[in-house]
Design a protein around this ligand. Structure first.
Ligand code: CMC
Length: 433
């Protein structure tokens, strides 16, 4: 029976003394070689994109990409999506345990009574062009919160961290909804604290001062699922960005604003918007072959949006839940024959049978279906990634707090493999070629 290795040895082909490095094991997942001592020996490792490097210890989220497993604090995402609301999941991410009834009631009260923005913040929205992308507005407004809530910004004080985390979680729906309202030219709607988190967001998005608005319960439930499915996802690009920015002691609002910027890219959170654009451009099943051909063409930068994942090598478990939610929403709205949904189903079927996608283990990810659900709910494409950011705030603040509380935490400072000029002497301008 093979036992786990406890150390790894790096040997060199010039007979230099081999370096012994300890192996570390987590509760689940791959063991890691602790390479921290390598610097002392004058060598570093090279790993662009962190393909094989763990940058931190974390006990928040675990993904098994081969099995399509996603756990938050040990609980499978399927169970959380089925039984919890978003604030319960946020509490779990932040505090490590599911709340009991009293803790849940207190947490919900705290969040729902911090939803209002400082009145002066509304002026920041007004500085943007009306056609600004909501993500651009969110990056600016969340960053500017650093100038409003400095009463609790000592990142090494757990109480301060908690207050900032609550403020971010509570105010993010208001910020996201207002970035849309500003775009539309409609008045900002104030939060309604009697509504739950999902309903309140829908109210701020869709209500106007002229009309009563009652959120449809099926859509509010679906929206809650979208939030839960996007709440956290381990050390992805935006979360790693939040950690890296925060590692210098930067304040939480600046750190989360940087996370929003990273999320915006089409390879990450921007994929939900890009997927829908792709489906709209495709327009009809007859063009699926043409798009799949382009996705396989190495000379074409086009990728099938909503497919593939750095970690999942099987179906993204979030995509399966989202697909079910998609049926529920389309049924509720009488849109069973929605052509974009039909097109998505057909594209999924064809791609899943295609040798290229099968051999590279490219499966639909959560963004493949979330855009269709949001579109059916009347949410415009440009808001999809903003909603992802709103949900991911729960994970970002949990990960940011965990990092600040970690005694091993250090400022993030990667090394490089320098490939530029070696030292050379300055040349006066009249002597340059
Ligand atoms: N369409 C066509 N080919 C693809 C795709 C795709 N969507 N995704 C990966 N590949 C190919 C890629 O060309 C490469 O082929 P080869 O080995 O021949 O060079 C191989 O699969 C591996 O790709 P990679 O870029 O090395 O993989 P990665 O782990 O760096 O990238 C990814 C992961 C998500 C950026 C990528 O799959 C992608 O661009 N997908 C489309 C965008 C998308 O849907 N993103 C949402 C991710 S889930 C939401 C989130 O958590 O942010």
């Amino acid at each position: 029976m093979s036992t786990k290795p406890t150390k790894a040895t790096i040997s060199f082909d010039n007979n230099a003394t081999p370096i012994e490095l300890p192996m570390l094991s987590g509760t689940l997942g791959n063991d890691v070689i602790d390479i921290r001592a390598l610097g002392k020996h004058g060598v570093y490792t090279y790993d662009p994109g962190f393909m094989a490097t763990a940058a931190c210890q974390s006990n928040i989220t675990y993904i098994d990409g081969e099995k399509g497993l996603l756990l938050h604090r040990g609980y499978p995402i399927e169970q959380l999506a089925e039984h919890c609301d978003f604030l319960e999941v946020s509490y779990l991410l932040m505090h490590g345990e599911l709340p009991n009834a009293e803790q849940k009631a207190n947490f919900t009260k705290i969040i729902s009574t911090h939803t209002m923005l400082h009145d002066q913040l509304s002026n920041i929205f007004r500085g943007f062009r009306r056609d600004a992308h909501p993500m651009a507005v969110m990056i600016g407004v969340v960053g500017s919160m650093s100038a409003f809530y400095f009463d609790a910004m000592d990142v090494y004080n757990p109480q301060h961290r908690e207050i900032s985390a609550y403020r971010l979680l509570a105010k993010m729906p208001t910020i996201a909804a207002w970035s849309y309202k500003y775009n539309l030219g409609q008045p900002f709607m104030q939060p309604q604290n009697k509504l739950n988190y999902a309903e309140n967001f829908m109210h701020m998005m869709f209500a106007t001062p002229c009309e009563e608005y009652t959120p449809n319960p099926v859509l509010a439930k679906a929206f809650e699922k979208i939030l839960i499915l996007h709440a956290d996802h381990e050390q992805n690009a935006s979360t790693s960005t939040v950690r890296l920015v925060g590692s210098s002691g930067a304040n939480p609002f600046a750190s989360i604003s940087a996370g929003i910027a990273s999320l915006w890219g089409p390879a990450h959170g921007g994929a939900n918007e890009a997927t829908l654009q792709m489906l709209e451009e495709m327009g009809d099943v007859s063009r699926i072959g043409e798009f799949i051909k382009r996705a396989k063409d190495k000379t074409d930068s086009f990728r099938l949006m909503g497919f593939g994942h750095r970690v999942y090598r099987s179906m993204d478990p979030r995509a399966s839940i989202m697909q079910k939610t998609c049926y529920e929403v389309l049924n509720e709205l009488g849109l069973h024959d929605d052509p974009i949904f039909k097109l998505a189903m057909e594209l999924e079927k064809i791609a899943l049978e295609d040798d290229y996608f099968v051999s590279k283990k490219l499966y639909p990810n959560v963004d493949f279906y979330s855009g269709i659900v949001m579109r059916a709910m009347g949410i415009p494409n440009s808001m999809f990634t903003a909603i992802f950011a709103l949900a991911r705030t729960a994970g970002w603040i949990a990960q940011w707090s965990e990092m600040n509380a970690d005694p091993e935490h250090k400022i993030g400072r990667p090394r490089q493999l320098y490939t530029g000029e070696a030292r050379r002497e300055f040349m006066p301008i009249d002597k340059r070629a």
